[in-house]
Design a binder for this molecule. Structure first.
Ligand code: AMP
Length: 130
């Protein structure tokens, strides 16, 4: 059965899309730790990021770097933080989180609740910087 992220990539489930290339896809995390929290996902369905082929892993990292630069340009922050957890969704993904401080990368904290309009605006503003 397809993962929820494959369904997002295939357009079967809506998302706030940020970017896409041949091998990868980026969209906003629906429960953001901070404004502009992005997930970067390989189109290949693989649970554990370090089980991706070297080609797919390097492609994902290069794509994440491009998205992170656009994110930094679109959302005021000190740095873009990077995290890989995969405790919830069994489809490899990289979290990119705009940081003002270390605490912004604490996955135990209460997530933000942003309006659909605001989420769409954030996704668009990142996409414009790519
Ligand atoms: P983890 O697998 O532990 O890295 O966490 C999965 C992440 O995916 C969480 O931060 C969720 O908020 C996010 N997530 C789950 N479902 C969706 C969805 N349909 N759209 C956007 N983000 C999602």
């Amino acid at each position: 059965m397809a993962t929820i992220f494959t369904k997002i990539i295939n357009g079967e489930i809506p998302c706030y899309k940020v970017a896409e290339d041949e091998k990868n896809f980026a969209f906003l995390d629906i429960n953001p730790l901070a404004k502009g929290h992005v997930l970067v996902v390989p189109k290949t369905e693989e649970d554990y990021i370090f089980n991706l082929s070297e080609e797919d892993y390097l492609s994902l990292q290069a794509f994440a770097r491009k998205v992170a630069k656009a994110l930094k340009a679109a959302v005021p922050c000190q740095r873009v933080g990077v995290a890989v957890l995969g405790m919830e969704v069994p489809h490899a993904h990289i979290h990119l989180v705009p940081l003002q401080s270390e605490a912004d990368l604490d996955f135990r904290k209460t997530k933000l609740s942003l309006s659909p309009d605001e989420m769409q605006q954030i996704a668009n503003s990142i996409a414009e910087k790519l």
